[in-house]
Every structure is written in C-alpha cells, then in structure tokens.
Design a protein around this ligand. Structure first.
Ligand code: KIV
Length: 275
C-alpha cells in the first residue's frame, strides 16, 4: 500500500503502467542516479524512471569500465536513491556476472529489492543463460528490464564501447534477442548504441517499452547517464549526449529540459543518433 507524503499529488510510476504508457504513445524519460539528493531533483523534474546503473563504476568510482562494481555497491546506492525519490520507478542494474546463473541472479535481485528498495532489476544481454535468469526472476515476481546492443559488461568481447547491430546478421540477432527478452517476461528494454532504424523496428515489434541511449528517436523513451546529461563526465562528450545544463541553467532546470525534450520528441535529434 502506497501512503502519499503531504504535498505528493502524482501517484508513483508502476510496472503494470509501462505497457499502458507505450500503448498511449507516452514517451518515458529515464536518468541514472546514485544518491538521494540528485534523486530528489529528478523526481521534482518529473522523470518517470530512475536507473541506478552500474555506470557508477565509471562516473562515481572512476574506473574505465563497469566490471568492478559489486552487488554490495549496487545495494548501497539503490538504498540511497530510494530515500530521495518515491514517484519514479526505481530500476537497478545487476552488476557484472551477478546473473551468471539464475540462482545468483535471484540472490542479488532479492537483496536489491529488500535492502535497496528497487522495483525492477536490469540484466544485460540476450544469451540463453540471461533469458533463463530473466524467466527465473519473473516467475518469482521480480520485474525485469532487459538491455541489448552495446552491453558495457561485455566490453572485452565487444572490443570497446561501440555501435552494435550495423551488419545484417547482427541486426537480425538483435531483433531475435529483443523478442526473446520480452518472451522471457521482461517489462522494459534498454537499447544502447544501435542504428536508429533498427531501434525503431524493434520498438514496433515489441509490446513492452524500449528505452534508447544512442539509439535514435524511435524508441518509447530515452535514458542518459546523469553525469553526461549535466556535462560533468571527463573527456569527449559522446555523440548521443546533449548539454542540458547549458540549456536548463541549473541542475533541476537541466533535468526538466531533458524530460520536456523527450516528451516532445526533440531529443535525440539526428545529430545525436547513428544511421
Ligand atoms: O549503467 C548504466 O548507466 C546503464 C545505462 C547506460 C543504460 O546501463
């Protein structure tokens, strides 16, 4: 039972509402977050989905990839974010190899829900063992978000953080995996760094919403890593990022501009997408 706090008017975003939002053509905004203060700002700006991403290994911990992030780290940051925001749906990554077997995935996901207050967990990949883990969790009432395309936990196999699904065989595999992830019971799917046309095609194939990052404007929603959205990530800004802090003038202004731009369909533009 959800007890609203004084002043809270909007009901929380729920898992069952995701398909309905897609059917109504409502675009969803998702931002990554790692602490309570920024979570409160994201909630005030009207973000529907908050992702405690294992990108925290890079933007918070300063590593070159996400492989050193542990379930303990994710539980800690998830609990902090949950204290800061109640309306957005809280989605948390299963970190590197936490879904190597269904039993491991269940152990990690149950901790993320019980200790970290997560509503949904995200698993990278579409291989057989990931589909097994998704089914195992969903059968036990743990909502799942899939993640296909550039899956950062596979950085060594992929040879770097680069566009996926360009060749016809790779595109066919991604289409098949997207359907398989939905079939296994996922209620949401992140598509990272895939050509715009392919993401649009996959979005049309699925009943569950797709959330794109570097996947063009044809997805049902968009996600950015918060540090990219605010322009504080060191180094070169990725092509799919827009400087929302410059537009919004403040942290909350930047989040509001992102939400508006996603809702009105002005982000991402062609300059932020891959052909
Ligand atoms: O870890 C993360 O922040 C993510 C997003 C890039 C989707 O998975």
């Amino acid at each position: 039972m959800y007890n609203a706090r004084p002043g809270e008017t909007e009901p929380p975003v729920t898992v069952p509402s995701l398909r309905q939002r897609k059917a109504r053509g409502e675009r969803l905004s998702m931002v990554t977050c790692y602490d309570a203060s920024f979570a409160a700002r994201l909630e005030a700006a009207g973000v529907e989905l908050i992702l405690v991403g294992d990108s925290l290994g890079m933007v918070v911990q300063g590593h070159r990839h996400t492989l050193g992030v542990t379930v303990d780290h994710m539980v800690y940051h998830s609990a902090a974010v949950a204290r800061g925001a109640r309306r957005p749906l809280l989605i948390v990554d299963l970190p590197y190899q936490a879904a190597a077997t269904p039993e491991r995935a269940l152990h990690a996901a149950a901790r993320l829900q019980a200790e970290g207050n997560a509503a949904m967990v995200k698993l990278e990949g579409g291989a057989g063992h990931v589909l097994d883990a998704i089914r195992f969790l969903v059968e036990r009432d743990i909502p799942v978000c899939g993640h296909l395309g550039l899956t950062p936990q596979s950085v060594h196999r992929l040879g770097g953080f680069r566009l996926q699904g360009r060749e016809p065989d790779a595109a066919r595999l991604l289409r098949e995996q997207a359907l398989a992830v939905q079939q296994a019971g996922a209620e949401l799917l992140v598509l990272e760094c895939v050509p715009s046309a392919l993401a649009t095609e996959i979005t049309a194939l699925l009943e569950i919403p797709t959330i794109g990052i570097g996947a063009g404007p044809g997805c049902d929603g968009q996600v950015l890593v918060m540090h990219d959205l605010l322009g504080v990530t060191p180094g070169r800004r990725p092509r799919f990022v827009r400087d929302f802090l410059a537009e919004g003038g403040s942290v909350e202004g930047a989040f509001r501009r992102f939400v508006e731009a996603v809702r009105e369909g002005s982000f991402p533009g062609p300059e932020h997408s891959y052909e």
